[in-house]
Design a protein around this ligand. Structure first.
Ligand code: CTP
Ligand code: ZN
Length: 178
């Protein structure tokens, strides 16, 4: 049977020589883990980790043609753990920014042009939310007839919203995007 070549090892004069592998220092590892800068597009920063994929849904990133980078469970000084989403070649509409505010009240939306941060927008939760979130009450009219949902924002952080039709109160964990 042919001898298996073992990676990183070579036989010199009958003795096995193990190649030395340099272990990167902590700072270098941190640099490697950062997702690369983008030339044009949008960076959504300071997203709470549990809202990462809600933002993906809101922006319909599944159907995006350009490069999309999603990094979650990153260490953040301000919010503990956070996520960053970078979308090359996309500008957000005001409606999309408002929707992000519902699930990520501390998010910043950075507009990138020619590798620089052209504009930094601090999102702001709207006072009412129309046709974005599903009502969690199965007997609510919005779940049984062609009626667009409408919620009032009772509290912004942590989020508490109330259905205009059935008055059901919902927290962040109940939120399902339409
Ligand atoms: N960024 C990027 N591509 C660029 C420029 C910036 O992906 N060409 C990203 C950075 O990695 C960062 C975000 O955009 O996640 C905002 O950039 P910047 O304002 O330079 O970073 P901070 O000062 O850390 O932002 P903040 O003060 O909002 O925390
Ligand atoms: Zn309802």
């Amino acid at each position: 049977m042919a001898k298996k070549k073992s990676a990183g090892k070579s036989k010199i004069g009958g003795r096995m020589k193990v190649k030395k592998v340099r272990i990167p220092q902590k700072e270098e590892v941190k640099m490697e883990l950062k997702i690369s800068a983008i030339e044009e597009g949008t960076v959504i920063d300071h997203i709470p980790t549990d809202s990462t994929f809600k933002v993906v849904e809101i922006l319909d990133l599944e159907n995006q043609n350009g490069i999309v980078s999603i990094a979650t469970n990153l260490q953040s000084k301000s919010i503990g753990k956070k996520a960053i989403i970078k979308v090359a070649g996309k500008n957000l509409t005001q409606e999309e920014v408002n929707k992000i505010a519902i699930v990520a009240p501390d998010a910043t939306v950075n507009i990138i042009k020619n590798y620089g941060v052209r504009e930094k927008i601090k999102v702001k939760a709207p006072d009412s939310i129309e046709n974005v979130v599903k009502c969690s009450n199965p007997v609510c009219i919005t779940n049984n007839e062609q009626v667009p949902t409408k919620f009032y924002v009772v509290k912004k952080d942590p989020l508490k919203i109330k259905c205009h039709y059935c008055e059901r109160s919902m927290g962040k964990e109940d939120i399902r995007i339409i």
